[in-house]
Design a protein around this ligand. Structure first.
Ligand code: ASP
Length: 323
């Protein structure tokens, strides 16, 4: 009886695979990055793609689909074939977009199969090297006084750099001119070139420029200081009490991707979270792999819902919208 039951259960599992998917993956898997190449999300994607490739025994390639604060890429994956060959890496923007976009063409909680969380990345408030203010208090006074002259760079409505900038403007009760890019990699280029004045971006993109002294840093946005930048104060210490934001990343597949395929992707993610090179590179860049029990579909589903519930009222209060 037991054997019969096992065979029956096995048949059910087996029949939930689409035809030909038994050996998933049999070809290249594309991980869509919703921002420009060379930026913070791209960096995380490329680092985890290596151990994922080793586990899947198929190449995980990165495709950068920037624009509209990450929503173009997310929409593309929401509409992709649910076969495990197109997956999305996205960050906190997955939870802020529903409040920011009146006509978001996808539903973060309904149109994806969550795979798991990857990491949380602190942000840093930085400026072009020759920007006059020398510390955060100075910066606040300076931008308030010169609000029509200063330019804040971000990666579009829905990007982490947008969220951080919005929180900053709220905290100092001043509206500033923002310049949107397809990612903070191109924004950083313009900051280095002096075309824009300041931005708030993840340590995965700013650490090397800060350490090389090519940009000015005012503060980190986490509650405690970041190990890789021990001399940089927190926003709280530097003069903006309770200012806190960090950027979580996660992986998603289109809704309807079969469970056995998701299981394989979860295994590949877990291998990446345990990978020594990923841990080392993450540490250099101010982040660390998430605990293994959070690199799962259930943990991501719960986290995404909690983050949507957390950010929606904050954003709606600010009345920042796009169609
Ligand atoms: N994560 C974005 C990027 O990779 C930037 C952002 O969200 O602010 O460029």
């Amino acid at each position: 009886m037991k054997t019969l039951y096992a065979i029956f259960a096995g048949l059910i599992v087996f029949s939930s695979w689409p035809a030909g998917a038994q050996q998933y993956p049999t070809k290249v898997v594309t991980m869509i990055v919703p921002f420009a190449a060379g930026g913070p999300t791209d960096t995380v994607a490329r680092l985890i793609a290596i151990p994922m490739t080793n586990t899947l025994k198929q190449q995980v390639i990165i495709e950068n689909v920037g624009g509209a604060g990450g929503t173009i890429a997310a929409n593309r994956v929401a509409k992709a074939a649910p076969d495990g060959y197109t997956i999305l890496i996205h960050h906190i923007g997955m939870s802020t977009a529903p409040a920011l976009y009146r006509k978001l063409p996808y539903k973060p909680l309904e149109d994806f199969e969550p795979i798991g969380l990857i990491n949380e990345v602190p942000m840093t408030l930085i400026a072009r090297q020759n920007f006059p203010p020398k510390d955060l208090k100075d910066l606040i006074a300076y931008v308030k006084k010169n609000k029509d002259k200063v330019a804040y760079a971000n990666a579009g409505l829905g990007a982490a750099s947008h969220l951080c900038g919005m929180l900053f403007m709220t905290a100092i009760e001043t509206d500033l001119t923002t310049v949107p890019y397809k990612g903070t990699a191109p924004a950083m280029n313009d900051l280095l070139g002096g075309q824009v004045d300041f931005m708030c971006d993840q340590t995965t993109n700013t650490t090397s420029q800060i350490k090389a002294g090519k940009v000015k840093v005012y503060a980190v946005t986490t509650k405690t200081r970041v190990k890789s930048l021990p001399n940089v104060p927190t926003m709280h210490e530097a003069g903006l009490p309770n200012f806190e934001v960090s950027v979580w990343h996660a992986l998603y597949a289109p809704k309807g991707t079969p469970k056995p395929v998701i299981d394989v992707l979860v295994k590949a993610l877990q291998a990446a979270l345990k990978d020594a090179t990923v841990a080392k590179r993450f540490a250099d860049l101010g982040t660390e792999p998430i605990a293994l029990n959070r690199g799962t579909p259930d943990a991501l589903r719960t986290h995404l819902k909690a983050e949507i519930d957390k950010w929606s009222p904050i954003i709606k209060k600010e009345s920042v919208y796009s169609d």
